[in-house]
Design a protein around this ligand. Structure first.
Ligand SMILES: NC(=O)c1ccc[n+]([C@@H]2O[C@H](COP(=O)([O-])OP(=O)(O)OC[C@H]3O[C@@H](n4cnc5c(N)ncnc54)[C@H](OP(=O)(O)O)[C@@H]3O)[C@@H](O)[C@H]2O)c1
Length: 299
C-alpha cells in the first residue's frame, strides 16, 4: 500500500467474487473515482459482467488480477474467503503493502492471515444493509453503516472508502464480530419472521395477505419511531405492559383454534416481552398473571 493510501490519489481495486456485494461495491467505487484493476470470479461470465460495469480486466484466475491492485476485496461467500485468500497468497497475488478486505459481517480479518504473511494489510468492511441483487443504478452504500475491523492501516483505509461511498463508518472489535452479526440478523431477518407471523394472524382475522402489510405498516413505522425516540423499554405498549392477562388468554384461545402451530413462538416472545415490561411501572402481581398465561400454569 502506498505510504498514505488513506489519502489521495484513490487506490486501484480488484474484486474476487463478483456477486451482489462485489459488483454493487465495484459500481459504487468506480462512480466515486476509484479505478478498477480487474475482476475475478468462479465463472467467467460473472467476472466479465463486473468488468463491463466498472472497467478493468477480468478472468477466473484471481492472482493474475489481484497482483495489480492496491486494494483487493474478497467478496465470495463467507465459507470460501479463507481458501481464496490462501490460493492468491500461494501464487504471489498480493502486492506488499496492498490492502486485502472482505465484506463478511460474521468473521474477522484473521481469516486473511495468508495475505498478512505477504505483507499486505488486512481488514473487513461490512455493509450493514441487505443486498438482494446487484445494484448498478444507485450507490447502495449511501447513508448506510459500514462496520470496519482489522489492522490499523486497513481500518484507516476502510474508513476512507466508507466516506467516499457516502456511508458512515463504525469500528467493531474483532472478537465482537460474531455477536455484532447476530444483532444484524435479529434486526433484519427476524423482523421478517415477526412480520410473517403477524401477517398470518391478520389473514386468519380475515385481512387478505396483500392488504396485511399495508394495514400494519403505520403501526410498524410508528413503533420504530418510538423506539428511536425513547428506546425499547419506553416504546413498549399493549396488553403485556398493561398487565392485561385476560386479553393474552383470549389471544391464545383463538390461536389454539385457528393457528396452533404458532402458539409456542407467541408464548416465547411473550415471556421476553414480560421481562421488558418488568422494567416499567407494571405491577408485579399483574405481570405474574400474564406470565402464568404464557407458561400455561394459570389456575
Ligand atoms: N448479500 C448481502 O445482503 C450481504 C450484506 C453484507 C455483507 N455480505 C457479505 O458479502 C460477501 C458476498 O456476499 P454476496 O451476497 O454478494 O454473495 P453472492 O451474491 O453469492 O456472490 C458471491 C460471488 O462469489 C463467487 N464465488 C463463489 N465461490 C468463489 C470462489 N471460490 N472463487 C471466486 N469466486 C467465487 C460467486 O461466483 P460466480 O457468480 O462466479 O459463480 C458469486 O458471484 C459475503 O462475505 C457476505 O457475508 C452480504
Amino acid at each position: 500500500m502506498p505510504e498514505s493510501m488513506e489519502q489521495s490519489p484513490k487506490p486501484s481495486f480488484a474484486v474476487v467474487g463478483c456477486g451482489k456485494v462485489g459488483v454493487s461495491l465495484a459500481y459504487a467505487l468506480s462512480r466515486a473515482g476509484y479505478v478498477a484493476a480487474g475482476f475475478s470470479s468462479r465463472s467467467e461470465s460473472s467476472a466479465a459482467r463486473a468488468a463491463g460495469i466498472a472497467g478493468g480486466v477480468h478472468g477466473t484466475v484471481p492472482w493474475n488480477i489481484t497482483r495489480n491492485a492496491d486494494v483487493v476485496f474478497i467478496t465470495t461467500p463467507d465459507g470460501a474467503i479463507a481458501n481464496v485468500c490462501k490460493e492468491i497468497a500461494d501464487n504471489d497475488g498480493f502486492q506488499p503493502n496492498s490492502a486485502v478486505l472482505h465484506c463478511s459481517g460474521a468473521i474477522g480479518s484473521a481469516v486473511l492471515e495468508p495475505a498478512r504473511k505477504c505483507n499486505a494489510h488486512t481488514g473487513s468492511i461490512h455493509p450493514l444493509q441487505s443486498f438482494a441483487s446487484i445494484y448498478t443504478n444507485t450507490n447502495h452504500f449511501k447513508e448506510i453503516i459500514v462496520a470496519v475491523e482489522g489492522d490499523e492501516q486497513a481500518v484507516r483505509l476502510a474508513g476512507r472508502i466508507a466516506g467516499d461511498l457516502d456511508a458512515h463508518q463504525i469500528e467493531i472489535r474483532t472478537e465482537g464480530k460474531m455477536l455484532y452479526h447476530a444483532a444484524a440478523v435479529v434486526a433484519s431477518n427476524y423482523l421478517v419472521t415477526l412480520l410473517d407471523f403477524s401477517v398470518q394472524l391478520a389473514e386468519k382475522a380475515g385481512i387478505s395477505g396483500d392488504d396485511a402489510i399495508r394495514v400494519l405498516k403505520p403501526l410498524i413505522l410508528g413503533t420504530l419511531s418510538n423506539i428511536e425516540k425513547n428506546g425499547t423499554v419506553k416504546a413498549l405498549t399493549g396488553p403485556i405492559v398493561r398487565g392485561d392477562a385476560g386479553t393474552i388468554e383470549q389471544h391464545m384461545a383463538d390461536m389454539e383454534a385457528m393457528l396452533p402451530s404458532m402458539l409456542p413462538l407467541y408464548r416465547m416472545l411473550g415471556r421476553y416481552t414480560a421481562d421488558i415490561a418488568e422494567k416499567r411501572e407494571t405491577p408485579k402481581t399483574d405481570l405474574e398473571e400474564v406470565r402464568k398465561r404464557f407458561d400455561g400454569s394459570e389456575s
